[in-house]
Design a protein around this ligand. Structure first.
Ligand code: ADP
Length: 249
C-alpha cells in the first residue's frame, strides 16, 4: 500500500465537561480516496473532522500527515452554506484567496473557475438571497475548492436540502472528485448517502465515539446511470444499515 495521506492511531478526545467524544480511533486515509464517516448524532463525527482540520487537538494518540498540510491545503464545507449575505457568489468564493492577499485579478479568475467547476458559471454576480439552497451550497463548495486543497472535509453538507437536489449534488460531487482527485472525507448520518458517495464507509458508534465497522463499496465511481435504483445499491445500503444497528447494541 502507498503511504497514507494521513494516519490516526489510538486517537481519543475528552472535553473539559467529562464527555469522551472519541475513543481509540485508528484510521488511515489514502490520497484521492472518497471516505464517508457514518453514524448517529453524538458519535464524534464532527469531532473527528475537526481533528483532521487541525481545529482541535486529540487528548491522546497521534495524527500524522505524510506531508503536513498548509492552511490552504484543507477545505471545509459545513451543513449551512454560511455565505456573506452582502457579497455576490464570486466574492464569497474568492474569500479564502482575499484572506491570503491573492491579487484581485488572480482571485477573481480562480473564483470564477471554482464556480464553473460546481456548475455555477453565469451566477458570479448573484447574491446569496437570489440563489436556491442547493446553489448556495454549491457556492460554499466552490469557496472550499478555490485554494485547490488536497483534502475536502464535508460535515453533513447536504442534510438541509430536499432529496432531489441532494441527489443531484451527490452526482456532481462524485464527478468533481473524479475530475480533480481531491481527497474527500464526508460526514453524514444518512446510510444511503454514505453508500452512494464513498468507496469506503467508516461506521461509528456512540458513547464513546468509536469506529464500529468499515465497509468497502465495490461500485464504479462516478456511479453509473440507474445505480440509485439498482438491487446492488439496495444491498449495500442494507449492509451499512445492519452495521449501524450493530454499533448501537
Ligand atoms: P456528531 O458529529 O457525531 O453528532 P460530535 O463530534 O459533534 O458528534 O460530538 C460528540 C460528543 O461530544 C457529543 O456527546 C457532544 O455533545 C460532545 N461534544 C462535542 N463538542 C463538545 C465540546 N466542545 N464540549 C463538550 N462536549 C462536546
Amino acid at each position: 500500500m502507498t503511504t497514507p495521506l494521513v494516519t490516526l492511531a489510538g486517537i481519543s478526545k475528552h472535553f473539559a465537561n467529562g464527555t469522551q467524544a472519541l475513543a481509540a480511533v485508528d484510521l488511515s486515509i489514502a490520497a484521492g480516496e472518497f471516505l464517508a464517516i457514518l453514524g448517529p448524532s453524538g458519535c464524534g463525527k464532527s469531532t473527528l473532522l475537526r481533528l483532521l482540520a487541525g481545529l482541535a487537538q486529540p487528548s491522546s494518540g497521534t495524527l500524522r500527515w505524510a506531508t503536513p498540510p498548509g492552511p490552504r491545503d484543507i477545505g471545509f464545507v459545513f451543513q449551512e452554506a454560511t455565505l456573506l449575505p452582502w457579497a455576490d457568489a464570486l466574492a464569497n468564493t474568492a474569500l479564502p484567496l482575499r484572506l491570503a492577499d491573492t491579487p484581485q485579478r488572480e482571485r477573481e479568475a480562480r473564483a470564477a473557475a471554482a464556480l464553473a467547476a460546481v456548475g455555477l458559471a453565469g451566477f458570479e454576480r448573484a447574491l446569496p438571497r437570489e440563489l436556491s439552497g442547493g446553489m448556495r451550497m454549491r457556492v460554499s463548495i466552490a469557496r472550499a475548492l478555490v485554494t485547490n486543497p488536497k483534502v475536502l472535509l464535508m460535515d453533513e453538507p447536504f442534510a438541509a436540502l430536499d432529496e432531489l437536489t441532494r441527489h443531484k449534488l451527490n452526482d456532481d460531487l462524485l464527478a468533481l472528485h473524479a475530475r480533480t482527485g481531491v481527497t474527500v472525507v464526508f460526514v453524514t448520518h444518512s446510510v444511503s448517502e454514505s453508500v452512494y458517495l464513498a468507496s469506503r464507509v467508516i461506521v461509528m458508534a456512540p458513547r464513546p465515539g468509536r469506529i464500529a465497522r468499515e465497509l468497502h463499496i465495490a461500485a464504479p465511481s462516478p456511479r453509473p446511470d440507474g445505480f440509485r435504483t439498482s438491487v446492488g445499491y439496495a444491498e449495500l445500503c442494507r449492509d451499512a444499515s445492519l452495521a449501524l444497528a450493530e454499533g448501537l447494541t
